[in-house]
Design a protein around this ligand. Sequence first.
Ligand code: SF4
Length: 186
Amino acid sequence: ATEISPKDIDQLARTSFPLCMRHMLEKLRENHHLKHGGRMQFGLFLKGAGLKLEDALTFWRSEFSQKVGSERFDKEYAYSIRHNYGKEGKRTDYTSYSCQKIISATPGVGDHHGCPYRHFGEENLRAALNNMGVGGNALEGILDKVKNRHYQLACTMTFEATHGVSCDTGINHPNQYFSESQKVLQ
Ligand code: SF4
């Protein structure tokens, strides 16, 4: 399995994270905080992408300590990160969420988890895709899929537009998006 390190996360996000995870990283960097649903969805994704427990603690602490202080981070948040890695509670080694699970989430106000194709309004989605360098016909095609509620197809088309290859299997998991991307880029 591959390993990723905290210092590589921003670069990897630009090249290889699906939009849902790019969005959460952006919000985490901006607010130095993510609510529970976001910490679960993004934290388990990073774990699946190869971020080891100690590095995960470093990564989350570096952001949260700017908001709540490192003492409060260690007291209130570190437990749930260790928990995700099966080091607390029932010691279940949790796996990351599939697209299906993410798409069926119901993010509330102030939440940043979920699937942008499903949960963003059209204007925000357009802006986010533009930000990934997707425009023109490709963008309109993606928005068309979204209108027909084919969110994973929309994500697959985004992958194809940003990587310049076709993705015959289709995207069904954010970690699959990541590993397919790494394969193309390596
Ligand atoms: Fe993330 Fe899956 Fe939605 Fe793509 S389709 S943005 S990988 S949840």
